[in-house]
Structure formats: C-alpha cells, structure tokens
Design a protein around this ligand. Structure first.
Ligand SMILES: Cc1ncc(COP(=O)(O)O)c(C=O)c1O
Length: 343
C-alpha cells in the first residue's frame, strides 16, 4: 500500500503507484510550460517517463515493428545509444547542411525503404550542437505532413539551454495534424538523476506508450515527479535556467578562447548558440578514433565523431558543461599537444 506524506499545507505526496501517464499535477504543469514554447497539449496528451532514453525505448517497443526503417540526421545521437538497433530496426542517416536536415531525401527514402519514422534533434543537435533554422523547420513539417506523411520524433531535451536568443519554436508547435511525437526533459537542465522526461503526442498514441511504460518500470518516481512539478510551477525552474545559461555561455566562451589559442593549426570549430558541446573538425588526416584512444590513456574523455556516424573519422565532440575550468584548460592543452604529436 502506498504511504502518504504531507509535504506542505495544500498538497500531499502519494508514494503509491501513479496512473499510467504519471502525476496529473505534473502533466498539467508541463502543459502550461509547453504553452510558452508554442505547443498546445492537454494533460491527457502528455505522459511522464523516466528519462528521454526510455521515451525512445517505449517508441521502439510500442510503435514500430522489427525490421522497420528509421530515418535520422547524420551524425546522430541514435548511433550512440543503440535503442532502435537492438530492437531489430534499420537506421538510415540523412545528410544535414548549415540549415539542418536535407529534407528532400526523406520522401525518396520513405518510398525506397518504406521508412516508418523520422527522428530529429532540431535544437542543438547532440553531437554537433547545431540549430535547425526556422525556414527549414517549416519546410520539414510541410514535407512530413503533407507530401510524405511520415511521423516525426522530435527530441527536444536541449531546447531550454540557449545562450543569447531563444531558438525557433519546436516542430511540435507547428504540428497541426498530430504528426509529431515530442520528447522534453529536465535531465540536461535540472538533473539527469531525477529521471523525469515527457512524451507529447496524440492521445491514443500516448495511452499506448503509457501502458507499455507501466509494463516496463511502473512509472517514474513519485518523489521526482513532485519535485519537478514544484520547480516548474513555482518559477524556480525559470530562475535556475537563467543561471545555467549564463554559466554555460561563460564556459563555452572560455573553451572557444582556448581552442583559438591552441588548436588554430590543427582544427576548426563553430561557436554554439546553446547546450553543452563543441564539434571540432580535425584538419589533418589523423583519425578521431586514434586520437580518442591516445588521449583516453592520459585521462581525457571525449567522443569521437565515429560514435555518431560510423564513417566519420574527422570530428571530435567536446563537452564544456562538466569539468572544472582548470580541468578544461589543462585537458584541452594536452589534447592539442597529443594531436600534434600524432601528425
Ligand atoms: C538527444 C538526447 N536525447 C535523449 C537523451 C537521454 O536523456 P535522459 O538522461 O533523459 O534519458 C540524451 C542524453 O544525453 C540526449 O542527448
């Protein structure tokens, strides 16, 4: 039997199992929060989940068959996590340009390979940190809704981490036909340990995913849901976001300065507009896998581009969000030295 804890005067916290879609109070709060991003979603079309990764897993179990083909941007976070591959699905990467996914390939791929879904991270791609332009978002929605009718999974777990200007509105805000399944999260803002994310989509789809969720982990921690609800509806989350945006921007500027000083002969990179990552393009023919192995021995952990795209031997992804400034500086100086020694 679930216990009840009196947390404050007006609300009590139940420690029993929650309804399949998760805490109603949190879902109502998420619905209000999503409105600030231009997304209209009732609490019934939202399900909480224990992390963005579980959201992807539920989609792979609940909506797709073995052998389905899944389209995604190249490079992509999906190649790192293997959720869909281990469920027996085929992944096909589509190229991106400076505005985002080259959407004209979607229609062809759908026809030739009977592709079932298209997965995208339009705001601050994990790995490259890039941002899909407003124009490309509109074109993509148009192609996926009207011409190709291929459902989109929009992974927006970095959307709140912009530095100076808010990014264009999510694809879900432009979705008039229930064609976009949207994933949001506090894992990258508040804490990954809370394990609170959410999926938003048409009610029947959300009900199915919530059902499978109950069969998978009986739902997210009620304590975490309570905490996230409080953060979001009290205004504390917004205040906290202001702080971490400033901190991340400061760290990013610092990292770019070091890269300019020590990497100018060996690599190029662009300046991200949000999130955690800088995507470094190695100018020489030294392979990123070799760099990864050599620097790991020196205690430096970075992700080679090959984990996001098997054919990529040229890029490294650096994260400036976690290490201390001293560690960042020391690590980057050693990285530059080691790369030069490999040339
Ligand atoms: C694009 C993307 N989606 C989903 C996740 C999974 O996040 P979570 O910790 O909420 O499971 C991550 C984690 O880094 C991510 O980068």
């Amino acid at each position: 039997m679930g216990q009840i804890l009196q947390i404050d005067n007006e609300q009590s916290l139940s420690f029993g199992y929650m309804e399949p879609k998760g805490s109603l109070s949190l879902r109502e709060t998420i619905s209000t929060y999503l409105r600030t991003k231009g997304i209209e979603a009732s609490s019934e079309s939202i399900s909480t989940v224990s992390g963005g990764l579980l959201a992807l897993q539920l989609i792979s179990i609940g909506l797709l068959n073995r052998g389905s083909t899944f389209l995604h941007e190249t490079p992509s976070y999906l190649n790192l996590v293997h959720v869909f591959q281990s469920a027996g699905m085929n992944l096909m990467g589509l190229p991106i340009d400076k505005e985002g996914i080259k959407f004209d390939a979607i229609e062809r791929m759908k026809r030739q390979h009977y592709a079932s879904l298209f997965y995208t991270i339009p705001t601050f791609y994990n790995s490259t940190g890039k941002l899909m332009s407003e124009k490309r978002r509109l074109e993509l929605i148009e192609v996926c809704q009207k011409e190709t009718t291929i459902p989109i999974i929009e992974d927006d777990v970095y959307g709140d981490l912009w530095f100076e200007n808010p990014p264009p509105k999510p694809l879900k805000a432009k979705d008039t036909q229930g064609n976009v399944l949207y994933i949001g999260s506090v894992s990258n803002t508040l804490s990954p340990g809370l394990r609170i994310s959410w999926i938003v989509g048409p009610e029947p789809v959300i009900e199915r995913l919530a059902d499978i969720k109950m069969q998978t982990d009986y739902g997210s921690s009620s304590l975490s849901q309570y905490a996230v609800d409080k953060w979001l509806c009290s205004g504390m989350y917004d205040d906290f976001l202001k702080e971490i945006r400033e901190e991340l921007k400061f760290r990013m500027d610092f990292t770019i300065l070091i890269l300019k000083k020590y990497f100018s002969e060996i690599a190029t990179c662009s300046t991200p507009k949000g999130s955690f990552y800088i995507w470094i393009n190695l100018l020489s023919c030294v392979s990123n896998r070799k760099v990864f192995n050599v620097v790991l021995r020196e205690g430096i952990l970075l992700n080679p581009g090959s984990v996001y795209d098997n054919n990529d031997l040229q890029h490294l992804r650096i994260s400036y969000s976690y290490a201390s400034m001293e560690q960042l500086e020391k690590g980057l100086i050693s990285l530059a030295k080691l790369i030069k020694s490999l040339l």
